[in-house]
Write a protein that binds this ligand. Structure first.
Ligand code: DGY
Length: 323
């Protein structure tokens, strides 16, 4: 029997690429260059499965194909706001993702960002590397204590819960949750957390706010000027979710005029392009989308895609089906 034809849009960990190549008629992107919408459209015409990542815009334009050969988009990553799910549904294609296996590592990066911005670690590193450190002094780069403070977690899925676990059990932080659906009381109890009904309730109560909600049109600019104005003037905003969730122009203003304490971002609207205004802000820590960037998570994500594809082509319902 002929093996299904599969396109991997970026370089993946070697062990995963090897397993994919054993099981499927696999084409690898050896140059690791992101595909444009036209190339994605061509791939949908000629492969049985396309394996996109966050760098692939599977837009209405890319999906403007009358008879796609592809029957499944097996996404490498948990977030899939780069895929136009309505158009995918019009074609009757399935979409799968890779939840669970990156939750701990992504929460580690969120906690790293929280600590870095609170303790001014980015500023300190920049100063030292620039040869500008003049030595210890009592008033030098004085930051904010983290232990015992209040953390707002926006979106209480797997990653949000891992963040709450680290903050509550590691740093004794009080946890306030905002989530689109009711969180079961036994889940909240694990972190001694309280759930509030709205962002308007959450923002003014927190010393740190960490975003863990999905991206996409519904959450674009969720954190805008109005929301930032509700924050305490010394509170910090952390984003490891998706760039579009924050209005970056509003954020750069809030940081420049110091109406909030600071921010720390792992994701950007339109990344890898960075809004130049953000680059001017000292009270901002920035990482290049490293949330799931550990050997362990990246391999586990890949093997999860292999499992999803194997299930699909052997006639079973993949465990990570999202549509
Ligand atoms: C994810 O898994 O969503 C990461 O952000 C990479 O896409």
């Amino acid at each position: 029997m002929q093996k299904p034809k599969v396109l991997v849009t970026r370089r993946w960990p070697a062990a995963v690429e090897a397993q994919l190549s054993e099981r499927f008629d696999t084409v690898l992107n050896t140059g690791d260059k992101p595909l444009n919408e036209i190339e994605i459209r061509d791939a949908l015409r000629s492969f049985d499965a396309v394996l996109p990542t966050v760098t692939d815009t599977v837009s209405a334009k890319a999906l403007d194909v009358s008879q796609p050969q592809a029957r499944i988009l097996a996404n490498y990553g948990v977030g899939y706001s780069h895929i136009d799910m309505e158009r995918v549904a019009d074609h009757g294609m399935m979409v799968t993702n890779t939840p669970d296996v990156l939750s701990e590592c992504t929460a580690d990066i969120a906690m790293t960002l929280l600590l870095m911005v609170a303790r001014r670690a980015g500023e300190g590193e920049r100063e030292l590397r620039a040869g500008q450190w003049t030595g210890w002094r009592p008033t030098h780069l004085v930051g904010t204590k983290v232990s015992g403070k209040t953390l707002g977690v926006v979106g209480f899925g797997r990653i949000g819960q891992e963040m709450a676990r680290r903050a509550h059990h590691g740093f004794g932080m009080k946890i306030i949750v905002q989530n689109r659906s009711r969180v079961p009381p036994d889940v909240l109890a694990k972190f001694n957390a309280v759930q509030v009904d709205s962002l308007e309730d959450l923002m003014p109560q927190c010393d740190f706010i960490s975003l863990h909600c999905p991206g996409g049109p519904a959450n674009r600019n969720l954190i805008n000027t109005r929301m930032m104005n509700l924050m305490k003037p010394d509170a910090f905003l952390i984003n490891t979710a998706r760039g579009e969730v924050i209005d970056e122009l509003a954020l750069s203003r809030a940081l420049m005029f110091e109406t909030i304490g600071g921010a720390a971002l792992d994701v950007f609207d339109g990344e890898p392009r960075i809004n130049p205004d953000l680059l001017q802000c000292d009270n901002l820590v920035m990482l290049p989308h490293l949330g799931s960037a550990t050997r362990e998570a990246r391999e586990a994500m890949g093997f999860r895609v292999v499992d999803n594809l194997t299930d699909f082509f052997e006639g079973r319902d993949p465990r990570d089906r999202v549509s």
